[in-house]
Write a protein that binds this ligand. Structure first.
Ligand code: NAD
Length: 342
């Protein structure tokens, strides 16, 4: 998942986001700057921040910037529950056809959880399923939400997962489904995954029903390697996986398409801690490392990952979600200082 970029000052759209977004984004920018990689940030508002300034959550200038740069580092955006505008995240992923959502979920030494050595890659289809947003009221008190699964999208996400497994030398992929109930839609997803799996005989392919998979994940996560999921299961299961390694403050993510990518943490706006300076910046910092990988700056990305691992392992400067009492800024400074010693 890397694109060689020749020019030094690569333009990247920067979306600080809502809630803790600007706080953790500030941390990511500081850490990227400390690698020496030069990025020309094109700062754009989206979501609630944009609505306040421009009267729309998706200003034209944001879409124009993304068309130009084809790459963004993005903070979380608020989506109100059962009211308000439709998710801007979903809108951006679909507009730019960012069909593959990758969420690597690893244990860190120094973060105490019931499991050690969790090493999971969640591959989530990003463009359809119940996120198609087709909902209507059939009669008063009766609503329908339509789940859309297509062979085209199912095959391409399966291919993406198997290619990722090949490049990153992963051993197995488990397709997670509910095809015992949704025989047509999840059945089609599985049929497509099986067809692609046949072309990658070196990677073990297995299937598991989503409820049983959740139980196995929270009892024996080491029995999984890569997970391949439709959109909704992927969203839910990746938060569950984050819980296995210490929480949402630690898990990065990327949305890839054939022509661009948006990098963002798995977590949301964390309204309960927004503005307090205590959000864990690590998920956003690790998302920025994934962005540097994509831009061909693997050395800088590895430096960030190593320094982050060192700070967690040392356990002296941690935010409170992972058992510490330090601020976002203090953790950021500790990571930059670990980078300078490397
Ligand atoms: P959330 O991820 O914002 O928060 C869940 C819990 O995790 C909270 O207790 C929060 O304090 C904690 N948490 C999250 N990030 C953290 C961090 N960096 N450091 C420490 N603790 C952290 O989920 P939610 O409360 O269900 O959603 C809040 C809002 O975020 C909603 O509007 C939702 O739509 C939005 N959201 C956006 C994205 C995105 O933009 N990609 C993703 C998920 C949720």
């Amino acid at each position: 998942m890397s694109k060689k970029v020749s020019h030094q000052d690569r333009a990247v759209t920067l979306i600080p986001g809502d809630g803790v977004g600007p706080e953790v984004m500030g941390a990511a920018i500081t850490v990227i700057a400390a690698t020496g990689v030069k990025i020309k940030w094109d700062r754009q508002a989206a979501g609630t921040a944009a609505f306040r300034r421009f009267g729309t959550p998706v200003p034209d200038s944001l879409i124009e910037s993304l068309r130009r740069t084809r790459i963004a580092l993005k903070g979380p955006l608020e989506t109100r529950v059962a009211e308000g505008w439709r998710s801007i995240n979903v809108h951006l992923r679909r507009t730019f056809d960012l069909y593959a959502n990758i969420r690597p979920t690893m244990s860190f030494a120094g973060v105490h959880t019931p499991f050690r050595n969790v090493n999971l890659i969640v591959v989530r289809e990003n463009t359809e399923d119940l996120y198609s947003g087709i909902e209507h009221e059939v009669a008063p008190g009766v609503v329908e939400s339509i789940k859309v699964i297509t062979a085209r999208a199912s095959k391409r996400i399966a291919k993406f997962a198997f290619e990722y497994a090949r490049v990153h030398k992963r051993k197995s992929i488990t397709a997670i489904h509910k095809a015992n109930i949704m025989k047509l839609s999840d059945g089609l997803f599985l049929k497509c995954a099986r067809g692609i799996a046949e072309k990658y005989p070196e990677i073990r392919y297995q299937e598991q029903i989503v409820d049983a998979a959740c139980m196995r994940l929270v009892t024996d996560p080491g029995s999984f390697d890569m997970l391949l999921l439709e959109n909704l299961y992927g969203d839910i299961v990746s938060d569950l996986c984050a819980g296995l390694v210490g929480g949402l403050g630690l898990v990065p993510g990327a949305n890839y398409g054939d022509k661009g990518a948006i990098f963002e943490a798995v977590h949301g706006t964390a309204p309960d801690i927004a503005g307090k300076g205590v959000a864990n910046p690590i998920a956003m910092i690790l998302s920025s490392a994934m962005m540097l990988d994509y831009l061909g700056h693997q050395k800088a990305a590895n430096k960030i990952r190593a320094a982050t691992g060192e700070v967690l392992r040392a356990g002296r400067v941690l935010t409170r979600d992972v058992g510490g009492k330090h601020s976002t800024e203090e953790v950021t400074r500790a990571i930059v200082s670990a980078m300078s010693r490397a």
